[in-house]
Design a protein around this ligand. Structure first.
Ligand SMILES: C[S@@+](CC[C@H](N)C(=O)[O-])C[C@H]1O[C@@H](n2cnc3c(N)ncnc32)[C@H](O)[C@@H]1O
Length: 341
């Protein structure tokens, strides 16, 4: 097993990502870097081939992947930085002048070097400019230098952001909390928009099922949509005054709409997937053909693949699955991106 990459999942979901990777590349091996979430993938196929396979059939639970082409033992003292700087200075013919490079550094929890991950980036950025004429950036990079500080070693690799499955360091999507933000759940829909390449502003009328207190509705309203929110619970008092919001203070089983009234359906009901999918399926007449649906599915009994399968069985013939993904902002759940047939 000559080639290695680092895979990262949400905490506790590494085994599922590994199962998915094993299905894609039989014979692949794993070793733990951080229990339950970060692991080395050891494979006989090339890193490029592995990246292509992962991008072609993206695993639900693999949040991020980065290649490993160098491994340095670390002492956790500042001497590690000196060695790394020397290594970077000596890299010849690797970068194009003016290339936008993001240095993303993470470390294993519990490892406490004398320097911080950000300190590594700060040490390398000026060297990259001086020695290679690249432009250090934080977002919008052409390529990423991914550095992972393990217990005993530093792992290094360079890749295009799309080959990492996420352009955020380790796939950890960090949005800024806004003043007056209705709920943290808003981040889930924001991440789904980014991850699934959606543009909510291109829709007109949304149905938000399980909407209270209104984080998701608030994002859709910000994007200019007319929103119908269904939830027996209270919506945020300020949001409830929004002229483009209608709140039906009811159970999703007790509402009725016109045929094909909406072009977007979102549902973030933290309820049993069976009940949720039945309620959603019964409301699909109100979604236009080819309309988009974004749905959170709670993972209840440690059988996530079965849960996705059963949920899709309820939607059979009605909704087509575009992608299932566990987002960074999903806890014990995952998110489905679907299209009405
Ligand atoms: C996780 S919260 C939704 C958070 C929301 N997406 C946000 O951004 O603020 C789940 C909501 O689903 C609602 N819910 C649960 N079962 C429901 C049902 N049968 N019909 C309508 N809403 C339901 C709950 O009342 C709760 O407010």
């Amino acid at each position: 097993m000559t080639n290695r990459l680092i895979g990262t999942t949400n905490h506790g979901f590494a085994q599922y990502a590994q199962e998915e990777i094993r299905r894609l590349v039989p014979g692949v091996k794993f070793s733990v870097l951080e229990p339950g979430e970060v692991f080395l993938i050891h494979t006989d196929i090339s890193i490029v081939e592995m990246q292509e396979k992962l991008r072609g059939q993206e695993p639900i639970f693999l949040r991020h992947v980065q290649p490993v082409t160098e491994e340095f033992p670390i002492t956790k003292t500042r001497a590690d930085l000196e060695e790394l700087i020397e290594f970077v200075q000596g890299l010849g013919g690797v970068f194009a002048p003016g290339e936008k490079i993001a240095v993303q550094v993470r470390k294993t929890a519990g490892v406490k070097p004398e320097y911080t991950p950000y300190g590594v980036k700060e040490a390398l950025d000026p060297i990259l400019v001086q020695a290679h004429g690249v432009e250090p950036v934080v977002r919008g990079e052409d390529r990423v230098i991914s550095i992972y500080l393990g217990k005993e070693a530093l792992y290094w690799g360079i890749s295009r952001p799309e080959d990492n499955l996420s352009d955020w360091s380790g796939g950890a999507v960090r949005y800024k909390q806004e003043e007056g933000q209705v709920s943290r759940a808003k981040f889930k829909l924001l991440e789904a928009e980014e991850r699934f390449g959606l543009d909510f502003a291109s829709f007109e009328r949304a149905l938000d099922i399980g909407a209270a207190p209104g984080g998701w509705s608030s994002l859709l309203l910000e994007r200019g949509l007319q929103v119908t929110a269904v939830d027996p619970g209270h919506m945020d008092a300020e949001l409830a005054k929004h002229p483009k919001l209608t709140h039906l203070k009811k159970n999703a089983g007790d509402v009725q709409f016109g045929e094909e009234e909406f072009d977007l359906l979102v549902c973030d009901m933290s309820w049993s997937p069976k009940q949720m999918s039945k309620l959603v399926a019964d409301l699909l007449y109100s979604l236009k053909p080819s309309g988009t649906a974004v749905i959170t599915v709670k993972l209840m009994h440690g059988k996530p693949f079965q849960t996705v399968k059963e949920t899709m069985q309820t939607f059979e013939g009605k909704l087509e699955l575009i992608q299932a993904k566990q987002l960074f902002h999903n806890r014990e759940e995952l998110t489905l991106h679907l299209r009405k047939r």
